[in-house]
Design a binder for this molecule. Structure first.
Ligand code: GLY
Length: 384
């Protein structure tokens, strides 16, 4: 694109200046994606700009329908709702197949589908499926260790920071069913996040291993981060956003402070263009390390949650930081000049230690970018 052809939002000096034309461009982009993705369950898009089609029980399957529901809520346009409508039904069918592998990430899957569908339309099947998913998540709670078990197979004693985002399903389930047990479990796990996952300096580890019988802590594991003592940036974002959500649902100040602690560490580690590297402790200078735009967009949305939770003066630090991140994502990491590209953002990192999905587009990066921009456009409802 030459300077003359460049849309206003790519040349704007601030996000507030960019936002009106950016929001228009985003709607056009999502409309185009509906035609491109059809029924696909997108996860990763590489160089060719084509999203893959992952199995429906993969943890990322809720994000594309989540984008559609946000767009529907923001615009009232029916075509977003029609494209989003049947995802929770598809999950339900998948969940009774013999090789189904749903786990703690049902929050990432059912909140942006069944639950938001029920919130927006009153659909009774959405409510039923959301509550079933909450029951499934609650059933993964380890009473002695006070954590929600993450994955299946032999990882019975493993808890991961990503679950901080899935707690919203439990908070919602208590509010909509009147049964406090879901919230009791969510609070217990959130307390473990505060006491065990978030370090004193505000950095966060990815995986903790506990003895599943006694609940005793065994060790931290590097997981998708560079090592057990490192600071995987998407894990930081899950903790930051997840604890801000837990504060919104409970009013417990310890969750708000935990989110702030993580936010301060996250912001202190950002490079000049405000888009996080994949792990803040991957190397000493981080020179040449890949970025993770999904960590950036999820953190930006969490920072906006923090800003809303605090008095205006105290919250402005977080709002300004979120706007700086979102402007940089928009102007440096977008696919605006490639209409055939099926994703919104580039340069996400999925699992660097495994050599998987480095420097790619990730549907959850796209989702949290849309979620954050919708918040800045006045979106009141929440998915997480
Ligand atoms: N929840 C897995 C990830 O963040 O990659």
């Amino acid at each position: 694109m030459s300077g003359i052809d460049k849309p206003a939002f790519l040349q704007a000096a601030s996000l507030s200046e960019a936002l009106p034309s950016l929001w228009e461009a985003l709607q056009e982009k999502v409309d185009r994606m509906i035609g491109q993705l059809k029924g696909k369950s997108p996860h990763v898009a590489k160089e060719d700009g084509k999203y893959d089609d992952m199995r429906l029980d993969w943890w990322t399957s809720g994000f594309w329908p989540g984008i559609l529901w946000i767009m529907h809520d923001m615009t009232g346009k029916e075509h977003y709702q029609s494209a989003a409508w049947d995802w929770d039904e598809r999950f339900e069918r998948r969940s009774i197949e013999p090789d189904s592998n749903f786990h703690h990430d049902v929050g990432f899957q059912y909140l942006p589908t069944a639950v938001i569908k029920h919130k927006l339309t009153g659909d009774p099947d959405g409510l039923r499926r959301g509550l079933q998913a909450a029951n499934f998540l609650a059933g993964r709670f380890n009473l002695n260790g006070r954590f929600i078990r993450a994955w299946n197979q032999d990882k019975i004693g493993w808890a991961i920071i990503d679950s901080a985002m899935n707690l919203s399903l439990l908070f919602w389930a208590s509010a909509s069913s009147g049964d406090p047990r879901f919230e009791q479990i969510a609070r217990a796990h959130a307390d473990t996040v505060v006491s065990r996952f978030i370090r004193e300096d505000g950095s966060v580890c990815h995986i903790l291993s506990f003895d599943p019988a006694t609940g005793e802590w065994i060790e931290a594991l590097g997981g998708q981060g560079a090592g057990p003592n490192s600071s995987w940036s998407r894990g930081q974002a899950w903790a930051l956003h997840g604890m801000a959500n837990a504060y919104r649902y409970t009013g417990e100040v310890k969750y708000l402070r935990a989110s702030q602690r993580v936010a301060h560490y996250f912001l202190a580690c950002l490079p000049d263009d405000a888009v996080a590297h994949w792990d803040f402790r991957a190397s000493e200078s981080l020179e040449g390390e890949p970025r993770d735009t999904s960590a950036a967009s999820c953190a930006a949305s969490g920072l906006l949650e923090l800003a809303d939770a605090l008095p205006a003066l105290e919250g402005s630090l977080y709002r300004r930081a979120a706007e700086r991140i979102l402007l940089s994502l928009t102007q440096r990491y977008g696919t605006w000049d490639r209409p055939e590209h099926e994703a919104i953002l580039t340069q996400g990192t999925g699992h660097k230690p495994a050599g998987q999905n480095v420097n790619v587009s990730l549907i959850y990066g796209d989702y949290f970018y849309v979620e954050a921009l919708a918040k800045l456009r006045g979106w009141q409802r929440r998915i997480f």
